[in-house]
Write a protein that binds this ligand. Structure first.
Ligand code: MV4
Length: 483
């Protein structure tokens, strides 16, 4: 490959281009009219404008992107995450045009994009699954009888959903009919597919996922786990690798299960297998994400593997140059997603101009960033500014480093989730490792941040007062007390 087009924007476009450039390959950026001066455009060797700001008129324009790719003699397309990254038709079209899609083949994307198809595909591969049914259900009476067998509470999920969309918890039989009807109608309007199924509801799970790499020759390895239990409304906030609770034995078992999931769908490239883990450390397959994930840096740090480089090597048809037995975990990495959202105001998007924007620098800090001082945060896209990643020999060190890095991250002009990240890092439940996916709901209220802001306000007033007193000294001229 001599030239790769990155069909994405922001921090991930930049991060992907850095590895492409390191490999001696040329980069092509695409951008919308809102992103004309964005860092990913400046970084690329070539750049083409796709159209107006809305994603549907720019970053989601599959045919336009392929047209440009052909015109510019591009060999491969890296989709990043979001946008076209899990679009099987885009992957298929690219290949038809003779351009390598840097990701899995359409079959794997399609199967894993449909939760029922995924369950069916992995059955027979010795993958633990939550008790439940593996086919779509519409008959309420049948649903009631299944629910009674499984035992309440149960969870109704949309087959076309994923990432938490279209899920409903049902506590007892009384509410089943109503919730099922709602779930079906929601799934129909959101996904154009009303298929729903039922699972036992795991009440306080942890979210643990395994990174895998698979080449086109049938070799598959796993790169251990990431724990992503700190999330709000299915949006991850803090991720880490390794998990504070896995034993080497469990890690090995989950790793093998993840490898088997990848094998079941002839997976190619970098992928992530998500599991739920209950309080007794039982784990269950949830879904597979067929893309490079936002939180991939924590895995890169503890494994020493550049995942984007591996994606490109695999796409070129190379044999995996990593063997499972060569991989080991080194230290601990933590990631905070820095969003332009106001944690004091229900995490409302906080768009505006970055009047001041200075990143923390130093050993054991990595910032995957897509913004510069003076830029506007556009309203059209995900409001993530950057990912702040820290590393330590131990989990405690990584957490301490994160707190320091947050203190050295300067943003003025928009509100961010930095203060919320500090709250998490300082919280006893997080520090002890004793938390689950309900962490935010259980422990966080906006008032929790008040101490942080109070301190900052006090500091600001002290600095202001000092400046005022210093000025007054200088101004002690005969007329200084005349206004
Ligand atoms: C579950 C569950 C409990 N029991 N399935 C949420 C996202 C989607 N990937 C599946 N999800 C869940 N599935 C059963 N049988 C709880 C969740 C869940 C969750 C999972 C991972 C991380 C955060 C979560 C937040 C709420 C619910």
């Amino acid at each position: 490959m001599k030239k790769i087009l990155v069909a994405n924007r922001g921090e991930i476009a930049l991060r992907v281009m850095k590895s492409i450039q390191k490999m001696g390959i040329k980069t092509v950026a695409v951008y919308s009219e809102a992103d004309r001066n964005a860092p990913h455009v400046k970084f690329a060797d070539e750049a083409v404008c796709l159209g107006p700001a809305p994603s549907s008129e720019s970053y989601l324009k599959a045919d336009k992107i392929l047209e440009f790719a052909k015109k510019l003699n591009v060999d491969g397309i890296h989709p990043g995450y979001g946008f076209l990254s899990e679009n099987a038709e885009f992957s298929a079209k690219a290949e038809k045009e003779g351009i390598t899609f840097i990701g899995p083949r359409p079959h794997a994307i399609r199967v894993m994009g449909d939760k029922l198809a995924a369950k069916e595909t992995v059955s027979g591969y010795d993958i633990p699954m939550v008790p439940g049914i593996d086919e779509a259900i519409t008959d309420v009476e049948k649903a009631k009888s299944i629910a009674k067998d499984i035992g309440f509470p149960i969870l109704i999920k949309a087959s076309a959903g994923g990432g938490g969309k279209g899920m409903r918890v049902v506590e007892d039989e009384k509410h089943l009919e109503e919730q099922m009807k709602r779930a079906i109608s929601e799934a129909t309007s959101a996904f154009g597919d009303g298929s729903v199924f039922i699972e036992k509801y795991v009440t306080s799970p942890r979210h643990i996922e395994i990174q895998v790499l698979a080449d086109t020759h049938g070799n598959v390895v796993h790169l251990f786990e990431r724990e992503c239990s700190v999330q709000r409304r299915h949006q991850k906030v803090v991720e880490e690798a390794p998990s504070a609770i896995l034993t080497p034995e469990l890690r090995e078992k989950m790793g093998q299960a993840a490898v088997n999931v990848a094998k079941s769908c002839d997976y190619v490239g970098a992928g992530t297998v998500e599991f739920l883990m209950d309080a007794d450390l039982n784990f269950y397959f949830l879904e597979m994400n067929t893309r490079l994930q936002v939180e991939h840096p924590v895995t890169e740090w503890i494994s020493g593997v550049d995942l984007v480089e591996q994606q490109i090597r695999i796409a070129r048809g190379e044999v995996l140059n990593i063997k499972q037995e060569d991989l080991k975990i080194n230290g601990h990495a933590l990631e905070l997603r820095v969003y332009a959202e106001d944690p004091q105001n229900d995490f409302m998007p906080s768009v505006g101009n970055l009047k001041r924007y200075r990143l923390p620098v130093g050993e054991n800090i990595r910032v995957d960033n897509g913004f510069e001082e003076g830029m506007d945060v556009p309203i059209y896209y995900d409001p993530m500014l950057s990912k702040l990643v820290t590393y330590g020999k131990s989990r405690e060190e990584a957490i301490q480093r994160m707190i320091e890095a947050i203190d050295h991250y300067e943003v003025e002009g928009v509100e961010t989730t930095l203060s919320f990240g500090k709250f998490v890092c300082e919280h006893e439940a997080f520090r002890s490792g004793n938390f689950d996916t309900h962490f935010v709901k259980n422990y966080y209220t906006a008032e929790m941040l008040e101490d942080q802001y109070k301190f900052e306000t006090k500091l600001a007033s002290i600095i202001g007062l000092q400046a005022y007193l210093a000025d007054r000294k200088l101004l002690k001229t005969p007329n200084a007390n005349k206004n």
